[in-house]
Design a protein around this ligand. Structure first.
Ligand code: EPU
Length: 418
């Protein structure tokens, strides 16, 4: 297994280009299941999760290709509308094939995802939505089997704003008979990006990115023609945290700062400076960040996917920060690892109190999930001495060549075999 060796303590300086968004690319790839033909999607990041989604579509009989950010998919001759356990267990986002498959083929067999490192993560809202649209759902041997001759438009209220739940039902509704109204929908930019892609395929969607979304079903959709995925806001936020933690000066290119309002506000409070320049967004880290408190919330609140990286920054801040995780019940796996680097963090349920220390020290640590890994990178880059981050396959699921990008900013990072 590969690991990263990082010698910290250097302020990172230079330019970094943000890749396409993982969490926008994945549903957009599954949208290709809605229309037979050859699809082309651009600005697709080269990530393990993207490759897994490509393999899943290959398993169904689709043909996929990837070169330099351009993904092509031929979904003309799909034979097997199913997502097997072996794939779903490695990537929960596989569940995003459920809505498109039922809508186009009238049936789908998708393995139920099990629990995951950050929480139970049920998919009851996806199932409830499809049932309300007339699908018959059964659970057999760990699989969700959905059948519907023709899905029907209806009104659906989500019990909580679920990102992939909203995406699944929105995709299903594009080919349903009549109008579907989704209430309490997730408002994340990735949901809006998927809707924009679906609209480019001929779907009729109003209000995506807002709480109430109205989708009027059409008879058929056309293949995706060169749709470009939005930049990754979480990768952007991660590099902001890196600039903050290392006292760096980084120009972030290909990012959309308006997707990160809550993060930018909290980072400004912590002492980071932001300057929109012609080249990109310049982020300047302070000598020492100031403590600040956050609660993770659905968009436009502070994203749970930035909680771990923000916490890593707060470990060296002046003062005590209170970090409340309200989306997932077990998203503090990074705390034990950060403590190994000298962080002073106590946890009470979903709340962490982080008492800033002057300096972290390098240590061998273990990545436990994607964003936890990113937080260890933030910590290792500002720590004194050497850190070894093990199990970086988590990182490669969601960050495109992060070690190359860090090296270009002057970081001392090596990727080696254990
Ligand atoms: N929930 C339910 N029932 C459902 C669906 C969700 O109880 O049917 C709960 C979840 O357990 C959680 C909350 O609702 O407590 C929100 O979960 P959501 O469904 O929004 O999460 P998701 O769609 O499974 C996406 C991202 C995650 C990100 C969350 C929250 C993708 C592929 N994944 O997951 O990304 O953390 O939204 O913003 O879009 C990551 O990239 O590292 C990652 C985990």
């Amino acid at each position: 297994m590969e690991q990263l060796i990082i010698r910290g303590g250097k302020p990172l300086k230079g330019e970094v280009t943000i890749s396409g968004s993982k969490n926008a690319a994945l549903p957009i790839i599954t949208a290709s299941l809605l229309a037979p033909g050859v699809h082309q999607i651009t600005n697709v990041p080269e990530l393990r999760d993207v490759a897994t989604m490509g393999r899943l579509i290959g398993h169904m009989g689709g043909l996929t290709g990837y070169r330099e950010g351009i993904m092509t998919l031929d979904t003309g001759r799909l034979r097997t509308p199913e997502a097997p356990y072996e794939m779903v267990k490695t990537m929960r986002a596989s569940v995003l094939v459920l809505g498109p498959l039922v809508a186009r083929f009238g049936k789908a067999r998708v393995s139920l995802p099990g629990g995951c490192a950050i929480g139970g993560r049920p998919i009851d809202q996806h199932i409830k939505g499809l049932e309300k649209m007339g699908a018959k759902i059964t659970l057999e041997s760990g699989y969700v089997i959905a059948r519907a001759r023709q899905l029907k438009g209806t009104k659906i209220y989500f019990d909580m704003a679920t990102v992939t739940g909203t995406e699944n039902i929105m995709m299903a509704a594009t080919l349903a008979k009549g109008t579907t109204i989704l209430e309490n929908s997730a408002r994340e930019p990735e949901v809006k990006d998927l809707a924009d892609c679906l609209i480019s395929m001929g779907a009729k969607i109003k209000g995506a990115g807002e709480s109430v979304v109205e989708i009027t079903g059409v008879d058929s959709l056309i293949p995706i023609a060169n749709y470009s995925v939005i930049p990754d806001r979480i990768e952007t936020g991660t590099f902001m945290a890196i600039a903050g933690a290392t006292g760096g000066d980084i120009v972030i290119k290909n990012c959309r700062i308006n997707h990160l309002d809550a993060v930018v506000m909290k980072l400004k409070d912590a002492g980071l400076r932001f300057d929109e320049t012609k080249k990109g967004l310049r982020v300047i880290g302070p000598k020492r960040p100031q403590a600040g408190s956050i609660t993770t919330l659905p968009y436009p609140g502070f994203p749970t996917d930035m909680q771990a990286q923000f916490m890593a920054l707060m470990t060296i801040a002046g003062g005590t920060s209170i970090i409340h995780e309200s989306i997932f019940e077990n998203r503090f796996m990074h705390v034990a690892e950060l403590r190994r680097m000298g962080a002073d963090i106590s946890i009470d349920g979903g709340t962490a109190a982080v008492k800033g220390v002057e300096r972290l020290t390098g240590a061998p640590v273990m990545a436990t999930d994607l964003r936890a890994s990113a937080s260890l990178i933030v910590a290792a880059l500002c720590a004194k001495g050497e850190s070894t981050i093990q199990r970086i396959y988590h990182l490669d699921r969601g960050y495109e060549r992060i070690d190359d990008k860090l090296r270009k900013l002057g970081a001392d990072v090596k990727r080696v075999m254990e």
